[in-house]
Design a binder for this molecule. Structure first.
Ligand SMILES: [Zn+2]
Length: 66
């Protein structure tokens, strides 16, 4: 099966029996991004970014309300 890197969009080929029922981290060989991948019966169940909490602050919108 193939999964698409959440970071660079590169297709990762997971054609291996190990990945038929797999739950864990997969490293993109292209950009070295690590993703959490869940597969079941040879089908990709979910792909999510790594559990690295990046502190993203919502930019305060400038309010024009005098
Ligand atoms: Zn990548």
């Amino acid at each position: 099966m193939k999964v698409e890197c959440v970071s660079c969009g590169h297709e990762l080929n997971l054609d291996h029996w190990v990945f038929d029922d797999y739950e864990g981290s997969v490293k993109c060989f292209f950009c070295s991004r690590i993703m959490e991948v869940k597969t079941a019966k040879g089908i990709v169940y979910s792909i999510s970014p790594p559990a690295i909490t990046e502190s993203k602050r919502n930019p305060a919108l400038a309010e024009t309300g005098d």
